[in-house]
Design a protein around this ligand. Structure first.
Ligand code: LLP
Length: 415
């Protein structure tokens, strides 16, 4: 366990979180490099022997230090914006391993991607095909594309992160796929190289993932008989992690089920995991400002807030909260809501948790490595947290805490 108590103090690998708080301040995201490497290794091992690309989904955690680590491990990248592409390139990622998804790619983003020479644009509509074709013609290149097909499979997950149902905005309709592939195949500036899907996030069970793989595999077979040969199948991301007590199928099971569903298909396989690589590799370290006992509710007010980690407020997500000291002597054990300083009742990190809290004590909000820092904001003019990467006995600052001056550096006061 890379986050464990050693001598009564919670540590990230070999570094105590008390030391990290002293050196870098709070709130602060803390990542374990070993956990990220190990999680990546689960995919790499499960896919060994099969032509495959693990395209880390940048949106889950786009810190340059994380991207650089992924690049060194040989990962590709699943991106959804020009900003993410710029980050991948700045971190030393290989553009030939980048797939670009998303329903709303702008002309500038498509041009940026084609100029960078990315592996594939995942098209999500007929209008986008037209747009990419026109830009490729203007640039005098052939745009490598895949269609993201909506297989209408229920991922059985939270409605906000479900993306593969007919009612969702993502992908082209399953029934439209053949027509669009034929259309695209006729265009000189379009190079059809793949097909993909992504049905949702936080899947605990591999069955929906395999069902989507079977749909896409069958479609690839039909396209092949129509003379359209593709070189890859992209099954997206969406493998969950255990936040609480969910029964979570391991990565290897998702891979096994997907490969079984694809049967003898020869296309190379792309997967774009985000959360499964970084989710349990990060925590949010925060200090208790006040303990506020109340008649109907008791509160622990900490220095991190919904602007740092919005998942509890947005999805009612449950994150484990641990005291950094295994036993807080002299602290009152009670059932608390753990809340931040932001002026919203939705500003909570956890509710109804029994813990021993004392002002000045440190808490760790666990499994915050995915969709934590990336979804943070400056609401209430709160500068964003620092980020620290731990490897063995070393803790390095990988993103400085934002300053208040940076918050309004681009603003103008009118005369
Ligand atoms: N590929 C595509 C096309 C995606 O849209 C996503 C996530 C992924 C891969 C990566 O999914 P993952 O493996 O991380 O589940 N903010 C939400 C999650 C939103 C996911 C959006 N798409 C949360 O905090 O739970």
């Amino acid at each position: 366990m890379a986050f464990a108590y050693r001598g009564g103090v919670l540590c990230a690998e070999e570094v105590s979180l008390e030391e990290i708080a002293r050196r870098f301040g709070t709130p602060c995201y803390v990542y374990s490099r070993a956990i990220m490497e190990n999680n990546y290794g689960q995919f790499a091992r499960a896919l060994a022997g099969r032509a495959a690309l693990i395209a880390y989904s940048v949106k889950a955690n786009s810190s340059l230090a994380v991207l650089a680590l992924m690049a060194r491990l040989g990962a590709g990248f699943d991106i959804v914006s020009g900003g993410e592409l710029a980050r991948v390139l700045a971190a030393g990622g290989n553009p030939r391993k980048v797939v670009f998804s998303g329903v709303g790619k702008s002309e500038a983003e498509i041009e940026q991607a084609l100029r960078a020479g990315i592996l594939c644009l995942n098209l999500e509509s007929e209008a986008e095909l037209e747009r990419v074709d026109a830009i490729a013609a203007r640039l005098g290149v052939r745009a490598p594309v895949a269609f993201r097909v909506n297989p209408d499979v229920d991922p059985k997950t939270h409605k906000y992160v479900s993306t593969g149902l007919a009612q969702n905005k993502f992908g082209i309709a399953h029934g439209e796929a053949e027509r669009l592939y034929r259309d695209a195949a006729r265009r000189r500036n379009i190079e059809l190289i793949g097909i993909g899907c992504h049905i949702g996030s936080l899947m605990n069970d591999a069955a929906p993932y395999a069902a989507a793989a079977a749909h896409i595999g069958a479609l690839a077979a039909r396209l092949e008989s129509a003379g359209i040969r593709l070189s890859h199948i992209d099954l997206g991301g969406g493998i969950g992690i255990r936040y609480r007590d969910e029964s979570q199928a391991p990565v290897a099971e998702f891979v096994r089920a997907a490969l079984a569903a694809l049967g003898t298909r020869k296309e190379s396989l792309i997967m774009d995991p985000g959360r499964a690589i970084v989710g349990d590799a990060g925590l949010l370290l925060t200090r208790i400002e006040y303990v506020k006992p109340g008649e109907s509710k008791s509160f622990v007010v900490v220095d991190a807030a919904m602007n740092d980690l919005i998942r509890p407020a947005l999805y009612d997500a449950w994150h484990e909260v641990r005291t950094v000291r295994e036993t807080e002597s002299g602290a009152a054990t009670d059932v608390y809501d753990i809340v931040g300083p932001v002026c919203e009742s939705a500003d909570f990190l956890a509710r109804d948790r029994k813990l021993a809290a004392r002002p000045g004590g440190l808490l760790a909000v666990m499994a915050a490595g995915a969709y934590g820092m990336v979804m943070s904001s400056n609401y209430n003019s709160r500068p964003r947290a620092a980020e620290v990467m731990v490897s063995g006995a070393n803790a390095s600052l990988v993103r400085e805490r934002e300053t208040v001056e940076q918050l309004f550096a681009g603003e103008r006061v009118l005369a």
